[in-house]
Every structure is written in C-alpha cells, then in structure tokens.
Design a protein around this ligand. Structure first.
Ligand SMILES: CNc1nc2cc3c(=O)[nH]c(N)nc3c(CCO)c2[nH]1
Length: 374
C-alpha cells in the first residue's frame, strides 16, 4: 500500500482547477491547499494548537535547516518530527535543493552532489541525493522531496538543459535510496525554467519513475507573474491528473488563485509569516501595514471581513503598538491572522471549484483586493 495517495474528486467546468484529497499516514488533506512553513520545526511564533484551530492541514519543514540544527539524529531519537514538535497531522519536508542554492555563498555542483558552506558556521558540507534521503528518512515526514537543483532566474538554455538532466538522474538516485516506502511518499520535482521543451523533458523523465506526486520547481524565483502563469499553463497538463501537483514557494493571494485555476493542488510559502514579522498583514482589501502611524488610533480589526480570533478580539491600534514596541505577542497576532487569511482563502477556492465558479471568484476577489486587472 503506497504511503501517499491522491483521490481526484472533481474538475472545475470553468478552468483547469480540481478538488481532491491527499491521503497520508498522518491524515487526509483537501486540495487545493496551502502549507504553512515551519522551517526549523516550528511555524514561527505559533503553536501546533493554534495551527489546528485555523485548520492548517499540513505543514512544511526543511531538510537543510534541520540537518544543520539540531541534526536529524536528535529528531530521530525524539521519534521523528511529529513527536519532536508535537504535530500529529501531515508534514512535508523539502529536500534542501533550494536552501543550498539560496543560502550558501559558496557552492559547487557536481554529478555526485553539491559542495557548499554551512551558512551558520562556514564549514564545508556536501549534500547528495542519498544524503538528502537519509536525512528525510530520519526526520520521518509523510511526504519527502527529491534533491534537485533550483536554477537561478533567468538561466541560459544550455545550462538549464544540463541542470534538468542532472536533476532527473538525482531523482532516480533518490528513488533508489528510498527506505520507508510504506510510511513516506517521495515526490519528484520538475525543473526546466521557462523553456517548454525542457519542462516536457523533465516531466517525461520523472513521470517514467512513477512518483506518487510531482512538484513544479524553479518558479517564484524572481520571474514576473505572467512568466510563472505561462509556465504553469504548459507544465501542469504534462503531469498525471490522478496525482497531486505542488507549486513550490508560492503564497501570495493572487498567485494561489491563479495557480489553482491552472490545476495546482499544493502550495507553500514563508510570505505570510515573514511579512507578519514586519508588521504587514494580508486582508481582503489589500495589504495593510499595521505599523504605519495612520493606525495609531484605529480601533477597528485588521480586516473587517475576517472572522479569525485576532480580528474578533484585537484592534489595529493595539497590534501597531505591540509591533512598534517589538513585543513578540504583536508578531504572533499578525502571523496568526496572515496564515488564517491564506488558509481561509484556499477554503473559499475549494468552495468555488465545487460550485464551478472559480473564475467568477477570481474576478470578485481581485476587484475587492485591488489587484490590477489582467
Ligand atoms: C520562494 N520561492 C521558492 N521557489 C522555490 C523553488 C524550489 C525548487 O525548485 N526546488 C525545491 N526543492 N524547493 C524550492 C523552494 C523551497 C520550497 O518552498 C522554492 N521557494
């Protein structure tokens, strides 16, 4: 019995969107869905109980970061990530591919793996497909990601082709190194940048390896949104409709809706909690920078149309005061609200797909939010 399976429930008549359920050893997940990011085994400033209250179905954590701190051996001795962080719902870990390329100032990519420098201690490290799998087997997430190279944007076509071919060989090595097939699912990551024929080559290579799910990597790396949407338009149809599709690193409200319309089922991004720590909030009427002086005497909620615990109990003036005073509780309130906002948005997206009206929902939301019309 495969550890991770996908049940396609409905395809939207208005778009490429679909409703589904991903079944994992730690529970089921309704899609399309957003994954809060818990890089160091915590979704920054929030407790597992608060994440359950806002109905976070699954969280993401990071192989690279947990390998460096506290070390996968300590997490394994704790009984795995679920026990270590007291989260009993599904967990997905990214393989480290992105962090090595985004965090380390020195890196040397070879066939056997990538040599780089620990971004904390400066010591030289080496990450191979086999090492990435060994770490993820020790951490014990329900879904693991293959080790890939996330090339910079833009990248020369010749570089991208060689990178895609190495990422495909690494994916095969990850599959061969996969130990706990009954309790952990392994997803492949499609690369290829904005080159349609390379996305096709990457998809063909990985589909032939029959992963239970596929991520679309190499996006949300500085490309314009219309480039991302174009890449999605010709990439998602290449992927099997009976398996989940995960767009990595995407989390603004407009990109989540546009990704779902193009058939994406899973998203993750640090954006909601990262901007929260800068005192910026996502609302149904656009972004609100609550630390601005304009809100010093504004006793209304962050978002009058939000039903979250924060919007029902705290005012902009109070939250602004906490943020300006560098009070941790202020960051907790903005983080809670931003995650609730995106999780609630995905619930509305699933409802709109059920009613075959996702494009209408996009129009209404974009109008209300103030996104410039396409
Ligand atoms: C914020 N943008 C972003 N683009 C990504 C692209 C990739 C990618 O191509 N591969 C892997 N393994 N992870 C990725 C991640 C980290 C997860 O959010 C990304 N994050």
């Amino acid at each position: 019995m495969a550890a991770v399976t996908y049940e396609l429930k409905k395809t939207c008549k208005q778009s490429g969107a679909r409703l589904g359920t991903i079944h994992t050893p730690h529970g089921s997940i309704d899609t399309p869905m957003f994954m809060p990011v818990g890089t160091l085994a915590t979704v920054k400033t929030l407790s597992p109980e608060e994440l359950e209250d806002m109905n976070a179905q699954i969280i993401l954590s990071n192989t690279y970061h947990l390998w460096l701190r506290p070390g996968e051996d300590i997490v394994q001795e704790a009984g795995g990530l679920h026990s270590f962080m007291n989260w009993d719902r599904p967990i997905l870990t990214d393989s480290g591919g992105f962090q090595v390329f985004s965090l380390s100032d020195f890196r040397n990519i070879k066939e056997e793996g990538v040599h780089f420098r620990n971004h904390i201690s400066g010591e030289k490290l080496f990450l191979s497909p086999e090492k990435a799998m060994q770490i993820q087997n020790a951490l014990g997430p329900d879904i693991m990601m293959a080790l890939d190279e996330c090339p910079p944007y833009p990248a020369e076509e010749s570089y991208m082709k060689a990178s895609v071919e190495r990422t495909s060989r690494w994916a095969e090595r990850c599959l061969e190194a996969h130990q706990n097939k009954e309790t952990q699912g392994l997803f492949g990551i499609i690369q290829g940048g904005e080159y349609e024929h390379l996305r096709k080559q990457s998809a063909d290579d990985l589909i032939s390896l029959d992963f239970p799910g596929y991520a679309i990597g190499g996006l949300s790396v500085g490309e314009p949104k219309d480039v991302m949407n174009r890449v999605l338009e010709f990439t998602t149809p290449l992927l099997p409709s009976h398996k989940p599709r995960y767009l990595m690193g995407v989390g603004s409200a407009d990109s989540l809706i546009d990704g779902a319309i193009r058939g994406v089922d899973m998203f993750d991004c640090v954006l909601p909690t990262r901007i929260a720590r800068n005192g910026a909030c996502m609302t149904n009427h656009g972004r609100l920078v609550v630390r601005n002086a304009a809100y010093a005497r504004d006793f209304s909620p962050i978002d009058r149309d939000c039903n979250c615990h924060v919007c029902r109990n705290y005012s902009r003036a109070y939250i602004r005061h906490l943020i300006k005073s560098n009070e941790t509780f202020g960051f907790r309130l903005t983080s809670y609200h931003n995650l609730y906002f995106l999780l609630d948005l995905m619930k509305k997206v699933r409802e709109a797909i059920m009613e075959d009206r996702l494009l209408d929902f996009r129009e209404e939301f974009f109008e209300q939010y103030g996104f410039n019309r396409p």
